[in-house]
Design a protein around this ligand. Structure first.
Ligand SMILES: Cc1cc2nc3c(=O)[nH]c(=O)nc-3n(C[C@H](O)[C@H](O)[C@H](O)COP(=O)(O)OP(=O)(O)OC[C@H]3O[C@@H](n4cnc5c(N)ncnc54)[C@H](O)[C@@H]3O)c2cc1C
Length: 94
């Protein structure tokens, strides 16, 4: 049994409590850059996690996708690979 204490001082008892799905993207840092966001403030990326701002990659809950740890980790791996390849190709052109 779970007992919830409300802000009003009421006690509510439940067998099970589960959090509601959903999150609020904290993308305010990106707004001055003009990075493209959707109507919910989630960052829009291409298939390599590259945003509309050149050289800026994004992964995790801030991106429009399923908000799960495994998704964030997969996106981070994709972004890291794209960043690695981008850096490597810039080295060869110098
Ligand atoms: C209650 C709850 C239960 C969950 N349960 C599960 C689960 O069972 N399994 C699962 O896979 N996922 C679960 N999730 C989702 C999972 O936690 C997220 O998908 C995951 O943490 C996303 O990782 P992230 O690095 O993108 O974002 P976060 O983990 O949110 O990390 C973002 C970090 O950036 C920091 N930050 C934000 N704005 C700024 C700023 N302007 N300057 C500096 N720092 C900043 C934040 O403080 C935070 O530390 C759950 C989420 C919640 C809320």
């Amino acid at each position: 049994m779970v007992c919830l204490h409300t802000a009003e001082g009421q006690k509510l008892f439940f067998q099970t409590v589960y959090v509601e799905m959903g999150s609020e993207a904290r993308s305010d840092l990106l707004r001055p850059l003009g990075t493209k966001l959707n109507e919910l403030g989630c960052v829009l990326t291409d298939d390599h996690q590259h945003t509309s701002t050149d050289g800026l990659f994004a992964a995790g809950d801030v991106v429009r996708s399923l908000d799960q740890i495994s998704v964030a980790m997969g996106q981070a791996a994709i972004a890291a690979t794209a960043i690695h390849n981008r850096l490597r190709s810039s080295e060869t052109t110098v």
